[in-house]
Design a protein around this ligand. Sequence first.
Ligand SMILES: [Zn+2]
Length: 252
Amino acid sequence: MCLVCDRLSLGTATKTRSHSSSRRALLGAFGALPLVGAVSLSTAAHASAPPQPENVLNPDQALERLMAGNARYVAGKTAPINFATTRQALAGGQNPYACLLSCADSRIGPEFCFDEGRGDLFVTRVAGNFVNTDILASLEYGTAVLGAPLIMVLGHTKCGAIGAAVQAYTENASFPGHIQALTTALAPAVRQAAKSAKGDALVAAATKDNVRLNVKMLTESNPIISDRVAKGKLKIVGGIYDLVTGQVDLVS
Ligand SMILES: [Zn+2]
């Protein structure tokens, strides 16, 4: 059983505190990280200590760190990763500072495009990057149990799932197996975008609207996520990854 699954079996509030305690113990075992500035600290990809504890970064600092990592990625200035030096530290715990809801597209690697390593990002993925019950439950876990202060819904240019949903809408196209279920899930975004966009522009517009709709859906999701947003413990943003440049632009 993986670490996440193991913790999922533990329960809620009491176990959350227990988890935090174990995290502090873990950090203690490895020594305190130098607090030179939360967003400028080494990432798990490049340090031998585990990532920072959940209460170090607030939502705005988490977003700043995420976008700074993308800037390094775009500029080709990512630090080399030595997986061997972090493996043992991460075996004892995880402290992701951001959750991602990304498309499953193989050309996008969230840890790569934000210049982060294992333990930094709690990543959920599904073609078309939309919220369903399992995704929502995973994001609730990432924020409420692991304490991540940020969720980013990450769409991307030239998304095949969005393209299929547009085809389903404009040409009444159908797709084999369960692929049709993806186009059904993405239909609200396509309908929204179709009010003002046509032709080739419709895919791009639907990609943005899909991100925005899912940010809104998460923000209003009861009881866990909406409560954390209301209390200022969690921020939810939307971004679009450009396949050509690697740049993530915020769209909500
Ligand atoms: Zn995609």
